[in-house]
Write a protein of this length. Structure first.
Length: 212
């Protein structure tokens, strides 16, 4: 059930993460709810702040999720650290490193993971994100994903992604949606697609991000 939370990349309601983090001292809260046709449910909130360790900014993210799968509920908590290895500017290609852990407090399960997001800036309004990593629970699974962000008009962004992992959930999953940014500090997301684990059900997700 841990992999089904979609929080292992800490990319908000999307499975594929980008390279960006905020400036030192900046914080944000990402929250979203996901509903599946098979009655599965995910509700997540992820507060994050950027701290400076020496000269290196590190984004620290905590997660709290309520997950229902096959009519079984679980409470999941998590912690992640993310650092930029290569900034996108001025090279137009960047890389970051994320490491973290998720704990199913209801069933006593634990999952650790590492993820390498790469962002390629093809245009001021168009970016491609590619992820590769691994997660460890009872077994080791390799994770992958690719997606794009297209700011096709002011305040509106189109996002789409394909992602998967090795093992029992090896089928590629796809989702996409619209992001509305009424002010610089707020994002509103509506997403349609599939989750990484469990049944290949159709999911609808509504998300809200507030930065401060």
């Amino acid at each position: 059930m841990l992999a089904s939370t979609g929080a292992h990349a800490a990319g908000g309601p999307y499975a594929v993460d980008d390279v960006a983090i905020g400036m030192p001292g900046e914080c944000q809260v990402e929250s979203w709810v996901s509903f599946a046709r098979n009655r599965d449910f995910i509700g997540t909130t992820q507060p994050a702040c950027v701290l400076k360790f020496g000269s290196t900014p590190v984004e620290i993210t905590t997660a709290l999720a309520g997950v229902r799968g096959d009519d079984v509920w679980a409470a999941v908590t998590g912690l992640q650290a993310k650092v930029i290895l290569i900034p996108v500017e001025p090279r137009n290609i960047g890389m970051a490193l994320s490491v973290g852990m998720l704990v199913d407090a209801t069933h006593g399960e634990r999952l650790t993971y590492v993820n390498l997001p790469v962002t390629i800036k093809l245009h001021d309004n168009f970016r491609v994100n590619v992820n590769g990593g691994a997660l460890w629970a009872e077994d080791v699974h390799f994770t992958w994903g690719a997606g794009f962000e297209w700011e096709f008009r002011q305040r509106w962004t189109l996002l789409a992604e394909v992602f998967g992992q090795s093992g029992h959930a090896s089928d590629a999953r796809i989702q996409g949606g619209l992001r509305y940014t009424p002010v610089k500090s707020i994002d509103v997301d509506v997403i349609y697609g599939h989750n990484i684990a469990g049944e290949n059900a159709h999911w609808i997700t509504a998300g809200l991000t507030a930065r401060f």
